[in-house]
Every structure is written in C-alpha cells, then in structure tokens.
Design a protein. Sequence first.
Length: 889
Amino acid sequence: MTVYVYDFAQGNKDQKDLLGGKGANLAEMTNLGLPVPPGFTISTDACRAYLAAGTEPSELAEQVSARLSALEETMGRRLGDAADPLLVSVRSGAKFSMPGMMETVLNIGLNDESVHGLARLSGDERFALDSYRRLLAMFGSTVLHIDSEHFSRALDAAKSARGTTADLDLDADDLRALVETFKQIIRDQAGREFPQDAREQLDLSVRAVFNSWNTDRARLYRRRERIPEDLGTAVNVQTMVFGNFGMDSGSGVAFTRDPASGNQGVYGDYLQNAQGEDVVAGIRNTVSLADFEKLDKTSYDDLIAIMAQLERHYRDMCDIEFTVERGKLWMLQTRVGKRTPGAAFRISRHMRDEGLIEADEQLSRVTGSQLASLMFPRFDASADKVLLATGMNASPGAAVGKVVFDSPTAVAWVERGEDVILVRKETNPSDLAGMVVAQGILTSRGGKTSHAAVVARGMGRTCVCGAEALDVDVEAKVVKVRGGGELREGDVISIDGATGEVFAGAVPVSPSDVVRYFEGEDVDADVVLAVDEVMTHADSRRRMKVRANADTAEDAARARRFGAEGIGLCRTEHMFLGDRRELVEHLIVAEDSAGQEAALDALLPLQRADFAGILEAMDGLPVTIRLIDPPLHEFLPDYTELSVKVALAEAAGGADPHDVRLLDHVRRLHEQNPMLGLRGVRLGIQIPGLFVMQARAILEAAADRIEAGGTPLPEIMVPLVASVRELDVVKRDILAVAEEVQAARGVEIDVKVGTMIELPRAAFLADRIAASAEFFSFGTNDLTQMAWGFSRDDVEAAFFSKYFEHGIFDVSPFESLDQRGVGGMVEMGTQKGRATKPDLKVGVCGEHGGDPASIHFFETVGLDYVSCSPFRVPVARLEAARAVLGTDA
Ligand code: PEP
Ligand code: MG
C-alpha cells in the first residue's frame, strides 16, 4: 500500500520531492526539537495521483483519518468539536517554493457551534469570531472560487460603518454580523452552504490545494522558473496557533540575514494581533524585529536563538514564518531563503569567512544567472535626477519605463514594444503576468517581505515597494506625489531597486560595478570582492575552457578581459555587410571569372584587416574563424522590393541596367527554404573562390602577426558540413592556400582546419568526418532547428506559447539545449569523433554555450570548451565550474 500521509516527526529536510519544501522543513524543525505545532503532510505522490485520476487515491481518506486521530490524541481535542475544537491549517508546499502561487486555508474546524466553544475556552469572543470570518473568506475564495473582492468589500463596508479603516476596531458584534454576511456571500456566489462538517472542510481544502497546482498563475510561475509541470504539491495539515489572539499575539516573517543586501544581522517584520497573510499583505504597517524586541522580549529572544540555530544547522540564510500566541513563540515555516543576486554573492563570502562553508560550497551557492543580473547597468550617479519618492529597496536593478497600473495593460504595452513599470498600491498573485513583463515594480505599500518584494526578488525583477509618498489610485490611473505633482499612465519613471528611489523621467544608466571589475577597473565594493573570490575559485575548478563568439577586434578584446580563452566562433558573414555589401553584389553579378576575381580581390584586404585585429586581440589563444555561412541572397536587395523598383522604372521609361541584371540574379538565387539551401559548405563548393579568399585573408593576417612578433592560432572552420567529402573538397583548397602563403611569406603558421557539426547527418557520421577534421564545434542552433524541423526564425513567435501551455517543453530548445534529443546527437557526435581521433578538440558555439543548464550538460558529455557571447563569458566560467561539482544549474 502506498503511504500518502506522514507525521511531521517522520520526515527530514532532504525529502522535498515527497513532502514538498515546507513539509520537509517542518519535519526537520520538529526533529530539531523546535516549537512547531504538530501536524502531518500529505505527499506529492497523493497530489500526482489526484491530478492523474481526477480524484483522490482511494487510500487517502483512511490514511488522513488515522493521522488526524493521532493528532487529536496528542492535542486532546477533536477537529470541529463543539465544546473544545481542534483547529487546523491546510497549506500547500511544493518541492520548489512558489511564493503566493498556491493556496492556504486557516482555522479549519470552526462552524456555527464550535465558534462558541472556541469563544468560551479562550474567554475571547471577538477572537473566535475573527477566526471564523477568516475561515469563511479563505474557504470561500480558495475552495469555492468566489472572487475574494466580495469578502474584502463586505469587510470594508463593516469598517466604514464603524467609521474606521482598521480591522482591529471591529468588535465582536461587528464580526458576528460579518460572519453572517460572509455566509450569505457563499450562498449567493457558490450556490451552497458553508460546510459545517469539519472533516468536509478539511477534505475540500486539501483538494483545493491539489487543484491550485494547475492554476494559470502557478503554471506561468513554473514556466518562468523552469519548474517541471509534473511535480505536484504536498499539503501540510497543522494544528492552528493563533496570532490574532490579542495584542500579546501576532505573526511575523524573518530572515537570518538581510535578503536584499546580504548584510549580517537578522531582518524581519512583525504584526501584532494578526494571522496568516496579514503580515505580508500590507494591510497594516508592520514593525521591525527591533521593535518586536520591545513588545515581547521573551519571544524575541527565543526567536533570535532559534534563528541562530537554524543558520548553523542549514549553514545558509534561512527565512522563517512565526506566530506568537499569548506570549509563546511557534515556528510555522523555515527554508533556505531567497535572496537578491548581490546578497547571494555577499552571503557566500561572509559564510566562507565565518567558516560555515568551504570554497566549493561557496560556488554551489551562487549561480550564473545571479552573476548575469549583477552585470546589468545601474543608474548613472552623476546624472541630474528628479526624486519623486523613496521606498524600500526590495529587489535591485535600474528600471526605466512607462507607468501602467494593471497587468493586462502591462502585457499589451510590452507586446507593442514599450518598457513599463507596474505601479500598484500592493500586488497580489493575480498581478503576476504584469510583473513578469514589466521592467520594474513599484508599490506604495508593503515592506521587504510583501508579495511584490518576494516575487520580484524571486524573478530577479527590479522592485521598489512601500513608497508611501505616492498615493496610487489604480481605478483613476493616477499617482499623486506627496509634495506636489502627479503621474499618469504612460508617464516615464525610473526606479532604483538598490536604493528604493523613484525618479521622474528616464535616468541614464551606467555599467555595473561587476562589469567594471571584469573590464579590469579597480572597484572597491563588497559585492565585487565576493565575485572575485568566487570567480578565482571557479577558474581553478573548471575543466572546460570558455571561449567567446566575437566578430570584431573590440568584442574579442572585451571577451578576453572577461576571461575568454579564445574565440570559438567568428561569424565572417557579419563582415560582408555595410559598405562591403556592394562588393558581394559585384561578386554575384560578375559575368565571368575575371569579374568574380576582381570582386574577391577587393574583399581580400578588408577581410585581412578584420582578422588581423581579432588575432591581435586574442594573441596566443585559439581563434576559430568560420567561413561564410548564410545564403548569398541575404546580402542582396529584397526580391519583391527590387522587382517593384524595376517594374516602376520600366513603366516610367527604362530601368537601370544594373538593377535589371541584379534582379535576374536575385531571382536565380531566390529559394523557398534558404536555411536548407545554398549556404555553408555548399556555397563554398559552388563558388570556390569565396572560401579561398577568406582562407587567404586569415593566413595572410596570421603571417603579418607572426612578422610583428605575435602568436596567432587561427582555426579555420567550415560550416554546415554533412559529409566528409564536402569537407575534403574545400579543405584541399584551404590547405593549398596555406602552403602558398607560408612559402611566400617564409613563415610557419599553426593553423587547423575543422568543421561545425550542426546537421544530424554530421552527428551520425562524425567518425568519418573526424578523419578529415582537426576539430569539431557543435552548432546547436542549427542542430536544434534541423533536429526538430523548427525554422529558428519563425517558430518561437508562431506557436511556442501553445507548446509551453501543453508542457511539451518548459523552455525553448533554442534557449536551453534539448538534452535528450539534440543533446543525444552532441554526445554521439563527440563519442564517434573521438573514436576516430581520441584527442579531437570538441566545443560548442551555438547559443547554448552561454546557457547554464546546457553548460552542465556539455560538462557531462566531456566537451573541451563552450563558446558564448562576450557578456556571458563570466557566467559560463562560473557554470562550467559548478558543473564539475555536480551542482544544479
Ligand atoms: C549554430 O548553428 O549553432 C551556429 C553557431 O551557427 P549560426 O547560429 O551562425 O547558424
Ligand atoms: Mg549554424
């Protein structure tokens, strides 16, 4: 029989797959002897079984009954008992935390009878009724899918009838009336009574948590965070403790270090007489932990001691949810806390200094994508700025965009190419779509643990929250700025997530400290010291080399400063654009070989100068130069446009003869499927002079470098090879040029000739191709296109959103390698190539060379290097090292 239900005492923190993150950590805390209200966890197995069958597994009800009886025994109370009710909470908890995405129901077990029992036992009728109205609202919205607005409107009405805006001013009579109103809302909106049977409340809440796995917002969140669709969530059923038991009670959230900056020292918010989400919902202003100490020294001291214990135990920054019930501290949750990229690096350094972790573990604590965020620009300190307000620095970054007030507008404006800042009083899970697309998020209420802050940090999105000088009216779409002025939809603002500042207009941005450090500047910032420490260790640990994709001397030089160990892909076609396009045109329209040669002769010195610059920037390091790849018509005028031009000119009395000739060639070269047409090595075979000219330019540039005392290491790469014979045909010519240049210049050039592997056939026949190739470089862009039959220029916009919806893939295979399919070809091609030539150098130069998950895959396949854009080189260095350690990407 499958076990679906586990007591907290039965699990531990490493069982997140089965118990979810929350359940596993509740179990861990229980076993550490911390004050955790007792309870049990319904496993993710149960959720998956439910989602697959559309109904709970048959054993579940019985197993819940058994655990519930045990819990009732421990607590000496029965669920929903009229005189002395046991009350429980039902909370979701997936393997990966999905803040605000899934459901919670508190105070289960209250009904028209037991609410009196609770009132009598507690001696506090107001408290009992407050708990009941909360249950009705949460159950109504979560389980019965009633728009929560109905409940909040009724609550607001009750408050205004009292002439107040504070929940706490409502007395028992108000709450009694509210309970009746809420029950009526349920009747009206759901067409049923609120279930009085406590077990029914429990079972329906558990089912609601299962179902919440598949809400739109949960799916969207998973797609963004690349969380697999099929994990399911666990459900935690836990004895209630009450933070709404009066002013000596309350609930809070805390971090063992500041999650925004990484500074040492505890950090958190506490709200007296509050339950559940109150503390993060921004309904009342929270107090800091320092003020909590003044309110309740005993609970504060207990909390600090527990936080220290948890940090030592987890050896990481933890976040915590706690409740104080009449002066007694209870722990409701802990987990390794989310943090900003800067905080991640700083905390890793501090913890290493403190002896909590070692260098390898430090590497596992930071990610390439965090490093990438630290490389984003920030606001220029010297620019003139108009400060509108200062809020909390909830999630760093410098964001500029137009003010929008709601998610649909944010999405629509971003779709038409605008940058937006989503401005709200506070956010809730239904704002997720807008938060995803916005450059930044600005709220006027809520602290660093508010929904906006937590979600923005998790997504790496810039966020300023609690900017109280802004009065946000979402309905009227206007922000009144204290001290004068207002902002309307479409006005441009700039928000600084590192300082919490909000500026009018677009503030210019300047490079980040981390980029300045990579550029070789001396930057005195703690985060830079941390990055330096991590990168130094990463470079000592990684096996794979990191090269850059660069086509200009400037890019090559920058890549080298960023730590690139050569060029993995120089796309020479970029050198045929601009002024030189005309020379390509001459080549194509040439009437005879003399005309062709003249065109090629004109291109030669230009190409030579390009290569000389790149070889100089990468002196002493390998530079892979790929011969021209795309179809020639890409360098010619558009077929339709030219046809129209010629037709119009003819109608007006005569077209330019050059245009007429050109049109002829454009027509001749026009292809239905140019990506599958005359490109790459095929072009090299069709117009042999082209590759030969390029090879000559490379070799002559190398000879020049040698004469100037340099050490050029060119590698000539042939694109789109499918057969060893293709390679042989062009290689023969290249080698002949090499002989000739070396003889003529009296130098010996260390040059290699190799090939891209970017067609499935090449991967299958890599053993044969390796006989003629001195190196391989996987072109995973084309390999993905050819493997899936996806046109790389069209499909992402055309239909990928449907593919995500159906879970066909979680991420575009053009962005992160399809490891099973395309990756299988990379693995096979590598093995076959090395079966022929054991020391064959194999790299990758598709976009995947800079993608963390793909880099980890390439490590397992044993590639010699990855190559990516210069800006991603540091990310690749870090991830290549993390891959050696076996850390998740
Ligand atoms: C590739 O196909 O992966 C590649 C690097 O070449 P390109 O993107 O230029 O086709
Ligand atoms: Mg390619």
